[in-house]
Write a protein that binds this ligand. Structure first.
Ligand SMILES: [Zn+2]
Length: 165
C-alpha cells in the first residue's frame, strides 16, 4: 500500500527534525477555509500514538503544544483545535488548527458541513510559518542540537547532517 505521508511531505514544510516535520496545509478547500492549519507528521510510518516510545511521545506533544502557543500568541483565535484521527491516512499525524468564530464551520469540526460564508481576519501566513519554525528551533536547541529526543531543526527543510545518526 502506498502511503501519501511516506511518499510526500504532506504540505508546505515549515520545520523538520529527525523525528517529525511540521507542514501547513496549502492546497484545497481546507487551506481556503482554515488558513492557519498545521500538521505535525511523524517521519517514520507508525499508525498509532502508542507506537512511539515514551520520549518520542513527549517530544511529539511538546512540539504540538509549542505550535499551539504560537497560534494563540500570533492570532488570538477563538480556539485551537488538536486532532489525531488517521482513519483515511493511518500514518501518525496531529492536526493543529486555529479556529475563528467567523470561520465557515465554527463551532463544528473542520470536517463537518459548512455552516456559513467565512469572514476570516487577514493573516500573515509567512510570518506565522516563520514564528512556528523559530519556536521549534528554540525547543530543539533546549533539548540539545543532537538530542535523540528532538532531532535537528532546519528552517530550509534540510536536516543538520552532523546530527544524523
Ligand atoms: Zn506512511
Amino acid at each position: 500500500m502506498s502511503c501519501p505521508l511516506c511518499t510526500t511531505d504532506g504540505g508546505l514544510v515549515v520545520a523538520r527534525t529527525l523525528q517529525f516535520r511540521v507542514v501547513r496545509v496549502v492546497e484545497g478547500d481546507e487551506a481556503q477555509r482554515f488558513p492557519a492549519f498545521y500538521r505535525l507528521i511523524w517521519n517514520a510510518h507508525v499508525a498509532e500514538f502508542s507506537d512511539l516510545a515514551a520520549a518520542e511521545r513527549h517530544a511529539c506533544m511538546d512540539a504540538v503544544a509549542e505550535i499551539e502557543q504560537v497560534l494563540r500568541t500570533q492570532l488570538r483565535p477563538s480556539k485551537v483545535n488538536l486532532a489525531s484521527l488517521g482513519n483515511v491516512v493511518p500514518h501518525l499525524h496531529w492536526h493543529i488548527i486555529a479556529r475563528f468564530d467567523t470561520d465557515s464551520h465554527y463551532p463544528a469540526p473542520v470536517w463537518a458541513a459548512a455552516q456559513r460564508e467565512a469572514a476570516l481576519p487577514a493573516l500573515d501566513l509567512a510570518a506565522l510559518d516563520a514564528a512556528v519554525a523559530q519556536r521549534l528551533a528554540v525547543m530543539t536547541m533546549r533539548a540539545g542540537p543532537c538530542a535523540e529526543a528532538a532531532g535537528a531543526v532546519a528552517s530550509s527543510g534540510e536536516t543538520n547532517a552532523s546530527c544524523i545518526r
